[in-house]
Design a protein around this ligand. Structure first.
Ligand SMILES: NC(=O)c1ccc[n+]([C@@H]2O[C@H](COP(=O)([O-])OP(=O)(O)OC[C@H]3O[C@@H](n4cnc5c(N)ncnc54)[C@H](OP(=O)(O)O)[C@@H]3O)[C@@H](O)[C@H]2O)c1
Length: 360
């Protein structure tokens, strides 16, 4: 049976903990800033919303969360086959009543379906589950290729990940062919290094439209972001709230840094700047990403958080952007390199302290 990523459900007890209570913000001026609905243009010519919605975890809550977020004004939904939430995401889109053409839907292929002969079939499974004839964006979830077959995390007798015989370049060429079917309007990558993207640019014909990668005030990847921009590759920031997701403190490969950096909600600088704009630290972190020309996909299944996150697209002064620029700690939280038996992010920042340990 395929291993699932349905991990770390939030217990009802935890839901009552202070972490889940709505912080006090000053309501009198809270909406005086103009809330925008920024869209960026991809190298395909398509528009992608700057503010999106992540769907990793909490499968049982995702149908309602997706419906609620679409009704609240989010138009970009990020999901993945390995999250095991595509059925719920599809139902949530229908429930919202928002027309399909008004939604930018992104999903990701998982690493055991990267053989060129498997790619279209894997996409068909996602389309069936999402109950849609197409996705706006199809991403390779990671550059590493796992052995073909039903097992998402194929391991040998010693528990080590078994790799496939093809490469990410072979998969990319198969994705290029998908474009002509209309089942994916754009293709992109996630968790690639600079060198791996350069290889695609050198050896393939379609450049990635998007790189989805970990970016937040604690991991800013300034030179890599500038390079991607110079190549016309749009960045979607995953985990835009840094270490807010408890997954990064509890997972088997959690790094020390995840325990030492304060949560975004507790950042004194984001609190101070938030006071000026009458925004919360979370809204400041998201606005920093949007004002940098990127898209952000915060995840939440909690109503007040969804309502708060939709108010995160506002103009920030350059001097405040620079101050948030000083928060960079090169703190990369998502690094399953040791478990996947593949050095991810090899030429990027924040790969020190990679930890052994299994999640799946
Ligand atoms: N490509 C990849 O490999 C990859 C990897 C990781 C994530 N992603 C994508 O990126 C999305 C977001 O990443 P993520 O879930 O790791 O991290 P995140 O969105 O940065 O943080 C999520 C955490 O922040 C909390 N939160 C959200 N809004 C909040 C608010 N307004 N105030 C206080 N807390 C708030 C959420 O709480 P609750 O859960 O309690 O609502 C959740 O614990 C994922 O859902 C997924 O779509 C992609």
């Amino acid at each position: 049976m395929a291993t699932s990523l349905r991990l770390l459900r939030i217990s009802p007890l935890l839901q009552k903990s202070p972490r889940y209570r709505k912080p006090q913000i000053q309501p009198s001026r809270a909406r005086t800033l103009t809330t925008r609905a920024t869209r960026h243009t991809l190298n395909t010519g398509a528009k992608i919303p700057a503010l999106g919605f992540g769907t990793f975890q909490d499968a049982d809550a995702q149908e309602d969360a997706v419906s609620r977020c679409l009704k609240a004004g989010f138009h970009l939904i990020d999901t993945a086959q390995v999250y095991d939430v595509e059925v719920e995401v599809g139902r949530g889109m229908k429930k919202s009543g928002i027309p399909r053409e008004d939604i930018f839907l992104a999903t990701k292929l998982w690493c055991n379906t990267y053989h060129p002969d498997d790619v279209e079939r894997a996409l068909d499974v996602s389309l069936r589950d999402l109950d849609t004839p197409y996705v706006d964006l199809l991403l390779m979830h990671y550059p590493c290729v796992f052995a073909r077959g039903a097992e998402r995390f194929p391991r040998d007798g010693e528990g080590k990940m078994v790799h496939g015989k093809t490469t990410y370049v072979d998969t990319w060429k198969a994705l290029e062919k998908i474009l002509s079917t209309g089942k994916a309007k754009a293709i992109g990558v996630s968790n690639f290094s600079k060198g791996e993207i350069q290889t695609l640019l050198d050896e393939c014909s379609v450049p990635p439209a998007v790189h989805q990668m970990e970016t937040h005030p604690y991991l800013q990847q300034k030179s890599f972001n500038a390079w991607l921009q110079s190549k016309g590759i749009h960045v979607i920031q995953f985990s835009p709230l840094g270490n807010m997701n408890p997954f990064y403190r509890e997972t088997g490969w959690s790094k020390d840094i995840a325990h030492t950096v304060e949560r975004i909600t507790e950042s004194p600088l984001l609190k101070e700047l938030g006071f000026k704009y009458n925004k919360t630290p979370v809204q400041m972190a998201l606005a920093w990403g949007i004002n940098s020309g990127r898209s952000v996909i915060p995840k939440s299944v909690i109503d007040w958080q969804i309502d708060q996150n939709i108010e995160a697209d506002f103009e920030m002064e350059e001097k405040d952007m620079k101050r948030i620029g000083s928060m960079d700690r090169k703190a990369r939280f998502n690094d399953p390199s040791a478990d996947y038996q593949y050095r991810l992010y090899s030429d990027l920042e924040g790969i020190e302290g990679t930890v052994e340990g299994k999640t799946h």
